[in-house]
Design a protein around this ligand. Sequence first.
Ligand SMILES: Nc1ncnc2c1ncn2[C@@H]1O[C@H](COP(=O)(O)OP(=O)(O)OP(=O)(O)O)[C@@H](O)[C@H]1O
Length: 235
Amino acid sequence: MSVPILEVVDLHAAYGRIEVLRGVDLAVPKGAVMALLGPNGAGKSTLVKVICGQKAATSGDIHLAGVHLKGAGSDDLARVGLCTIPEGRSVFPNLTVEENLVLMSYAGVSRGAILDTAYSYFPRLHERRNQLAGTMSGGEQQMLAMSRALASDPALLLLDELSMGLAPLIVEELYETVARIAESGVSILCIEQFARTALKVSDYAAVMSGGRIVATGEPGEILDTMADVILGGAA
Ligand SMILES: Nc1ncnc2c1ncn2[C@@H]1O[C@H](COP(=O)(O)OP(=O)(O)OP(=O)(O)O)[C@@H](O)[C@H]1O
């Protein structure tokens, strides 16, 4: 593996007295797509929340491009290039597609550059640029959420259940775009219940179970050795 963009070391976190992250060690190589897989309740979403500063860790360390992140505020995280699309997406339903996008120009990137990037990855957003975001399909809203995230020119994109509530065909299409985004140099960590779909576009996979990373490796290797753990639900 090349130099990690994200490094998580012996991370612990709890809800009340129940420890949910029990010593997570994870390295996401720079420029790679890594799938984070594992059964329900393994702690995947909690790990993302701690990385994004939405939940405090009890102990351990997180580094992004060598910068210590633990306890950093959302502005600090954006400055070092961490961007997340939370489970459930995040678009303004009463604004049009284009208004949702240009709102991101506060991040210092020009309005034109934001629109060019969004429409080149997702031509459908261009066709629907004047439509209210709340009236678009789930897949189109996910495209918009991804475009909004790309507007901040992230070093690492965290995707939590991109496929939530979407039909398999649109999920395939979104993951093809994830692969193209990665080719542009953005590192990506994606949590996904459709393990096979995520593995198709991933360079590496990590498997989480019981609050720990129990395996990491290349997709084929993980499918061969961890199928019972990662294909327990949807495939
Ligand atoms: N706000 C909360 N309060 C108490 N317990 C929680 C809370 N959020 C999550 N948990 C518990 O923490 C454990 C890990 O949950 P988490 O959502 O991180 O797992 P996950 O691997 O993302 O699962 P899923 O794939 O089902 O989303 C579970 O046992 C869950 O019930």
